[in-house]
Ligand binder design. Structure first.
Ligand SMILES: [Zn+2]
Length: 63
């Protein structure tokens, strides 16, 4: 069965970035941190859980 899919484009709404707690400016998002170009404030992102408890049980892919 051929299923025609119409050009469905999901419009991504504008994501407001993180605001600087110091000066309130929008911070630039980097790979591992946020930086404020106004006052130079840097906030590191929380590292992913490594070596912690991971629910490794039923990994089933449902299609
Ligand atoms: Zn700032």
């Amino acid at each position: 069965m051929a299923k025609e899919e119409k050009g469905k484009k999901e419009f991504k709404p504008y994501k407001p970035g993180k605001l600087c707690p110091k000066c309130g400016s929008r911070m630039a998002e980097h790979e591992d941190r946020y930086t404020c170009g106004k006052c130079g404030y840097t906030e590191w992102k929380r590292p992913k859980q490594e070596g912690g408890k991971t629910a490794k049980g039923n990994e089933e892919e449902q299609e």
